[in-house]
Design a protein around this ligand. Sequence first.
Ligand code: HEC
Ligand code: HEC
Length: 334
Amino acid sequence: MKKIVLAISACFALGGGIALVQAAAPANEPIQPIKAAKVKNPAMAELGKKLYFDVRLSRSGFISCNSCHNLSMGGTDNLKTSIGHNWQKGPINSPTVLNSSLNLAQFWDGRAKDLKEQAGGPIANPGEMAFTHELAVDVLASIPQYVTEFKQVFGDGKVNIDRVTQSIAAFEDTLVTPDSRFDQWLKGNKKALSAQELRGYQTFKTAGCVACHNGPAVGGNSFQKMGLVKPYITTNTAEGRVAVTGKDADRMNFKVPTLRNVALTYPYFHDGEAATLHQAVDTMGKLQLGREFSKQELDDVVSFLHTLTGKQPDFKLPILPPSSDKTPAPKPFN
Ligand code: HEC
Ligand code: HEC
């Protein structure tokens, strides 16, 4: 017994003996558990929750953040590409809002630096909510209960887009999904995963998926080429990060998506062209790693990916304050 203890402490002292230390301390795994949200300002998050569900931030009075990032469906719309104002076909797949606070930047090409900056985008995007920030603010300011709530949160009842996006971001900060079975395993519950799921995780590591999908979000922390070994063929015109940097080297570089809750966030890739996880993993193996997985390996990796589904946000559906006689009418058609 004494010998073993000595051996382990020697490993630590040398900073080596990776295999031994890894077995004892999941801290050395390339993926870390998701931490539960620490809500800094509950009143602001509560206001943000209302705004997240409020269709009156759209021109039609019909589309809210939740339309395309449905919190009953893993924070996505489960469509290839989203449907915007006037039933417009969206250009790109809607990523999940779950754990999006862990992303290094927002959007597939990272063009928004954080959630606050991101939240202003869809309201004024003609292909999404098709409103303007001015009109959205006018609508909210015409609703007395909102004015009261802004006063409680910000000290005065002034409604402006800065406060709107700050509140939505505060709500989104709460949308983390801790306690997945994989996290339970990382924290030392060796019974949390089946033999097949563990085998899938080993393949995920040895094949090299962890080079890009790592950290607490199992992604979200770098931009990488889609089609590293073999080019990705798609009719979608999005070219990723080059749209932000203008650098040719960034063509087809996309933010690596989080794989947390990936079993819920189908279909996959920026164009939504992979309908199933089997398809997505098969494509990743071939295009990113030059590797053809066997049926067994695909099944194993997919079973591992299913263990990344965490505890979904759990809250009472917010009841929104009614419009007043002064609230501008929605324009659902034309
Ligand atoms: C019409 C559908 C639609 C609506 C409405 C919508 N979004 Fe999105 N959202 C998308 C799509 C599509 C993307 C990806 C766009 C891109 O990357 O170019 C996206 C991206 C995001 C992202 C970035 C996630 C990531 O991983 O990069 C966040 C966060 C987000 N939306 C939050 C919101 C919020 C908050 C609202 C409401 C104010 C909202 N969305 C309204 C479709 C929508
Ligand atoms: C070189 C970096 C890199 C490697 C290695 C890599 N991926 Fe990816 N992965 C990405 C990028 C970038 C995307 C987004 C591509 C797109 O949407 O066009 C992605 C997307 C995915 C998706 C779809 C997620 C979604 O929400 O759309 C899955 C699933 C996935 N990868 C699993 C894997 C697996 C399993 C492996 C190992 C076999 C792997 N990846 C290896 C970079 C990588």
